[in-house]
Design a protein around this ligand. Structure first.
Ligand code: DAH
Length: 355
């Protein structure tokens, strides 16, 4: 058998096996590399007799072309096999169900705080904040609350140290003190936030929310207080008329002091705010006591004004028909899904304060 025939037969034998890309490349180098079998045959041409040369050269060229073609088609075959394998592996299974999209809800308390803030901001109130951990001085003493006042009792207040100097604020009223100590009058602020008392049942939770209001200027009187609260309650409950009464009360930081009740009635198990012959207490208020103004170095012969404190959770329960206060703080996702607000579909009297 001639050398050429042997090279070709060996090659065809190898090609019958399943080859990888690197194996076929190795075969290619063995044949066509610098010292490859085919390349060495070409080198031989010079030493062959003239009569044989032509035949040998044409045979060699034929074999060379044939082997090269076979190698190239084998390489193509292996490459397309690999691509197909890869494509199969990376196939997207369009029959998979889509991932569920969970949209968060705005908690009714956050929603109510936003509504209250936007209503008051429309009549010139700005929003102040104070810390949950307060000093005894800001929470009680500066607010003219005497040492023997029941609110100071351990049963009512969460004290944070033995000396009773630090506590969890029992109301948002200390923000009045912080605001007046930090700036000069006039003041026209509201302060929403968390408050704490040692109390827990269907209508009381140890943590709850209040919004404080304070308006101090040169000629502020109780008529302003009444007008402001009347406007707020109508806007908040989205009613045109509201039955409202001021009931004399006592708070150490206001003189005179009052509690405000609003009229309501229940029809077919539903509560209607604004009219009816029943009364519901919703807030405390009064004219800021001169002693409080003295404590924050505001001249009470020149400046005076009103303050109020509203329970936010109570308002939210009334407006949105929620009857157990404790559900607000249970962190039950199903409850939030039901009573919470869609951030993309905000209720009508939301006026666009950024949250
Ligand atoms: N701080 C009072 C409370 O928690 C509420 C209150 C009453 C606030 C009268 C006031 C006010 O600013 O003037 O019960």
């Amino acid at each position: 058998m001639s050398d050429l025939k042997k090279i070709k037969d060996d090659f065809l034998l190898k090609l019958e096996k399943k080859l990888s890309l690197s194996e076929i490349n190795e075969i290619k180098t063995n044949l066509f590399g610098k010292n490859g079998l085919i390349s060495s045959q070409f080198k031989k041409i010079g030493s062959i007799s003239e009569s044989e040369k032509k035949k040998f050269a044409s045979e060699l060229n034929l074999i060379k072309d044939e082997l090269q073609n076979q190698i190239n088609s084998k390489i193509n075959e292996i490459q397309s096999e690999e691509i197909n394998k890869k494509l199969k592996k990376e196939k997207v299974d369009i029959t998979l169900p889509e991932r569920t999209f969970v949209q968060g809800k705005i908690h009714p308390v956050s929603q109510t705080i936003d509504e209250i803030s936007s209503i008051f901001s429309e009549i010139g109130f700005s929003v102040e904040e104070g810390p949950d951990v307060e000093t005894e001085y800001n929470n009680f003493t500066a607010l003219n609350t005497p040492d023997n006042h029941p609110a100071r009792d351990m049963h009512d207040t969460f004290y944070l140290d033995e000396k009773k100097e630090k506590l969890l604020r029992t109301h948002t009223s200390p923000v009045q003190i912080r605001t007046m100590l930090k700036d000069k009058p006039p003041f026209k602020i509201i302060a929403p936030g968390r408050t704490y008392r040692s109390d827990s049942d269907q209508t009381h939770s140890p943590m709850f929310h209040q919004v404080e209001g304070l308006h101090i200027d040169k000629d502020i009187n109780m008529g302003h207080l009444k007008g402001c609260l009347n406007y707020f309650i109508k806007e908040f409950f989205e009613v045109k008329k509201i039955k409202m009464r001021f009931r004399p009360s006592h708070f150490p930081f206001t003189e005179p002091s009052a509690e405000v009740d609003i009229g309501y009635e229940i029809k077919d198990g539903k509560i209607f705010i604004g009219e009816g012959d029943k009364w519901l207490e919703i807030l405390g208020c009064g004219m800021v006591h001169p002693k409080v103004l003295k404590n924050v170095k505001v001249d009470s012969t020149k400046y005076q004004g009103y303050a109020f404190g509203i329970g936010i959770d109570r308002l939210a329960m009334l407006k949105y028909g929620i009857n157990d206060l404790r559900a607000f703080f249970d962190c039950d996702y199903r409850w939030l899904n039901h009573f919470g607000f869609d951030p993309l579909d905000v209720p009508t009297n939301y006026r666009g304060l950024s949250r």
